[in-house]
Design a protein around this ligand. Sequence first.
Ligand SMILES: [Zn+2]
Length: 235
Amino acid sequence: MKKSLLALSAISLAACNQGEINQQTHKHSTQQTETSSEKETTTSDGSTTTPSDHKKHQKEVKDGITYIDNILIVNKDIALPESYAPGEIQEARQAIDQLIQQGNTQGLNLVLRSGFRSYATQTELYNNYVARDGQSKADTYSARPGHSEHQTGLAFDLGNTAGIDDFKVSFENTAEGKWIKENAQDYGFIIRYPKGKADITGYQYEPWHLRYLGKDTAQKVKSSGLTLEEYLGLK
Ligand SMILES: [Zn+2]
């Protein structure tokens, strides 16, 4: 029984991933720039005019990696190439270390639970979740290979030393969870999958998952009250 479920999952995943690989091959080494907004008129001097220029976002795909307004974006719709493996991004790692250190100086017990994850590791994780919970349930909390923000080296999961609320929505009620929600942006992070935004982000609330954007952008996203998808004009 279990075996046949696994086999089925493997087939459907293979089919899905194949599509992505083809797309990436197609995009490989190309650089596309486009705007993701309303119609625009390009004049002879190359400048563009629309009634809402300030709302426009610049989309760029470089070697299969998508940037909107120079911000790397990965989500349910936008994938990373299988080969993309930057490891931990030093700037982000230093920022998360600083956040943890400062929080713990104030009496918290923050612990780093996970950071960079390769495409291969994500494949293994996701397949295990699918085997355990079925694909539609797994998709609410686990990214398909190539769609995990952990593959960027810019995302981290935090927990606390007690550990009982780690990777659970109840983490929001711990001292550590509350502090992160209030302060993460000052270290350059946002809570990437906020409460009640699953219809936009595609993921249930993850009060433990932080995405590094740099202080400036993180503070702007936080004060906008928007998800990253909305902030970048994707939804
Ligand atoms: Zn995470």
